[in-house]
Design a protein around this ligand. Sequence first.
Ligand SMILES: [Zn+2]
Length: 519
Amino acid sequence: MASGAPRWCVLLGILLLAGCREPISTPPRPVVLLGVDGGSWNVIRELWSRGQLPHLEDLAERGISAQLQPVANASPVIWTSIATGVEPSRHGIQGFTVQTPSGEAPVSAVNRRVPALWNMASSAQLRVALLGWWASWPAETVNGVVISDRILREERGRFYPPDLDPGLLAETALPDEAVASAYGVVARQDRLMASVGLQLASEGYDLMMIYLRNVDTESHHYWKYFRTQGFETEVDEASLQRFGGRIPEAYARVDEVLGALVARASPETNFFVLSDHGFQASKGERYRIQLHLDRVLEHLGLLIREDDRIDPVKSVARTWKSPPFTRTKLIRFSPFERPGYEEWPDDPDATRRRLQAELERITYEDGSPAFRFRNLKAKERARGGDMVVIVRYQGVSPALYLEGERIPGAIGQVEEISGTHSKSTEGIFIAAGPDIDPSADLDKIHSLDITPTLLFALGLPVAEDFDGTARTEIFRPQFRDRFPLRTVPSWGKLEARESPDSQSEAELLEELRALGYLD
Ligand SMILES: [Zn+2]
């Protein structure tokens, strides 16, 4: 479907060739959309001024650039609006997680209530490739290929079609230590999506959508080493040497992927590069600390292990439903097994005072206390907690200490968060290709405008019930004349779907915490 005359022209051959040269039903040209989570003009312009990111610069020079207005702050919410043209309240993906009867779960495709661009294009018989998009697991049935955002997990429905050529997923290797962290998993997934994208780029897909996430995670983590001004703790030369390249390198990888895609795709392709939001410095430093509170309790003699298992009789207290990356930690007192969560152990106040006195002795390397305390909230008590402890962010060090003595294994990772974004941090939009008018005047485009605009680029009708509009002004007049805007009342809704059992939800939630998305 990507190009060429319709079949009847080929069948009738030379007799009708003149009439077939520009048949009205010839589909418009293919579209490639490269989504860069957290891509920000302030970084791109700075890197352009250093002579970097040549492919992004070339694309912007050939086409148009604008600010992209986010519809929300959380990535899955914005990327779903980008792909559906409707507000979050209508598409149903409103955060990183949803509450299910069995607890909190990461959002997935079954939470989306309206069709996305890939469903619309598929239903119009266009060939689509969807690679890595947020909340694309379980992979939907499309006229083409879906590599879902849970491709690296042991999940059913990781990709579509089920008989996908396994060679497509043979990924470029990453060093083992890089894959050991949540950041490494993101980098690995990006590499995989880029590799699949490059393999499919010359296969004549009408719509290819590739999503890359690493710029966002690196920008949260390393912003202060890119824009060093305005932070409480000054950035020292050694750290600058070590981390100053992280953000530029993340952008350079995106730029390379873009360059390779442009080189590989047909010259007929219209390219769109966009982000969901930009980036700025966060006020005050924040951390994500992987803190194993049970190791601390053990060190204080309050938790006793027998053959690696917590001894329920000898132990006084243990951490309760609080994974290592959670900042607010619940503690449960012995006896741990009680008929109902509302029940209290004997004299909980005395135990609480004792624990608080013990935990107040725990410090970071410079002597700053590691914990603070507050009263238990009703909700926390309902979850089975008897006490709550909050990890402090002042004086954070890679280990915890009891009277100057290091407590082994209490802290795993310390992640510093110095970059942030909000609903008003504008993202990027670049479009270029044979049908894009470089002289078009486009200052801003809303994330809700993307789906209607891409439908227009693909010659498909735009729904009257979209919350965004097709920005037809970015297309050349010849294109607009040849493929005038068509509308339909609606692209409809999706039926409610059941989620397959997921094997990796706990792991995914912990990863979202590690990356700083969840508390
Ligand atoms: Zn982010």
